[in-house]
Design a protein around this ligand. Structure first.
Ligand code: KG4
Ligand code: ZN
Length: 333
């Protein structure tokens, strides 16, 4: 049988399990979202997230194994997100992975969630080239890196305040549109809204540094002083401002480094506008756009499985005592 591993992801509000082959083929990928649980709060409530993970993790793992048609002891390893994320949420995944590893007599490997996102490009395209300009845009992060080779990153710049996903979520919450903000704002922006409001494009000419909190405040101020605002127009103008900033930074990096590949990962990479504009930019610069399938841009376990194969090949399994690292960062060389 082909070599396969089980991957588990519980760092935030998705309980996910996947079976991934050594050649990155995804045999099964199950994602149970807690969106409805947290929607009324306008964001993730950590205590509720941990409790939901503990209820859901066992059936989700069982389903992933069943859909993949594998038995635990036949797997080569169990991979699990070790950070960054909510500590109680991470603990559920790690404890589950360790118990399964012990029971099946196979090693366990802890995976950095950010490396998982960066590895998610293999889920769309095995022809992943280096060096690579890589933009990671999610609910927790907004950073531009260069990967010179797999696992070796150089930080070009990151946000000084909110991540872009956080800005989407805060704007959506303020407009009473629920959580998460990304999909709903994208939908409204696409529903005939136009960029008429000219919101600021923060730090446009500031190297590779991002800032989104001023843009969020500009939206709030506009809505407060224009009670008859049109939500589609606000959404379209906000999305356009966000995208202009991202594209400007990517353009700068492509001008400076001319890398043969441009990777865009993280939940915001699900945005159809970003996908379209990034494709046009990549064509303009003759670079290869690496972007996960839309469904694999947001948190999932398949990406953790791919990153785990890379990690196992270079470092082997994790020490049996490894635990959650809520503030884990990428290692920059
Ligand atoms: O990667 P992810 O699932 O979780 C983290 O690692 O943070 O990213 C979640 C973020 C949320 O802020 C959500 O609003 C945003 O990704 N998001 C989107 C879209 N779908 C999710 N942002 C823009 N457009 C989308 N279609
Ligand atoms: Zn994520």
């Amino acid at each position: 049988m082909t070599r396969a591993l089980l991957a588990i992801e519980t760092s935030c509000d998705e309980t996910a399990a996947a079976v991934v082959d050594a050649d990155f083929g995804v045999r099964s990928s199950i994602v149970a979202s807690q969106v409805e649980l947290h929607a009324g709060f306008g964001g993730v409530v950590p205590e509720l997230a941990s409790r939901a993970h503990i209820e859901t993790i066992t059936p989700i793992v069982a389903r992933a194994l069943e859909e993949a048609g594998v038995a635990g002891p036949d797997l080569e390893a169990v991979a699990v997100t070790s950070g960054p994320g909510l500590v109680g949420a991470l603990l559920v995944g790690i404890a589950t992975a360790k118990a399964l590893g012990l029971g099946w007599g196979i090693p366990v490997v802890g995976v950095n969630h950010l490396e998982g996102h960066l590895a998610s490009v293999y889920l769309a395209d095995r022809d992943v080239r280096f060096p690579q300009t890589a933009l990671l845009v999610s609910g927790g992060h907004c950073m531009l890196t260069r990967a010179t080779e797999p696992g070796h990153y150089e930080l070009l710049g990151e946000t000084v305040d909110d991540s872009i996903g956080e800005a989407y979520d805060k704007v959506a919450r303020f407009l009473g549109l629920g959580y998460p903000g990304g999909p709903v704002l994208d939908r409204l922006a696409g529903a005939g809204g136009e960029d008429r409001l000219g919101f600021p494009r923060p730090m446009l000419s500031d190297g590779y540094t991002f800032s989104f909190s001023g843009l969020k405040t500009a939206v709030v101020n506009y809505v407060r002083s224009n009670p008859a605002f049109e939500v589609e127009e606000v959404a379209a103008s906000f999305v356009a401002a966000c995208m202009d900033v991202l594209i400007a930074k990517l353009r700068r990096a492509l001008e400076e480094f001319g890398d043969p590949a441009l990777a865009i990962v993280g939940g915001v990479a699900a945005s159809p506008v970003l996908r379209e504009r990034a494709q046009a930019l990549a064509e303009e610069y003759g670079t290869r756009l690496l972007i996960p399938p839309q469904k694999m841009a947001t948190d999932n376990a398949a990406m953790i499985g791919v990153a785990a194969w890379h990690k196992l090949a270079v470092f082997g399994p994790s020490a049996p005592s490894f635990g959650p690292e809520p503030d884990l960062r990428l290692q920059f060389s």
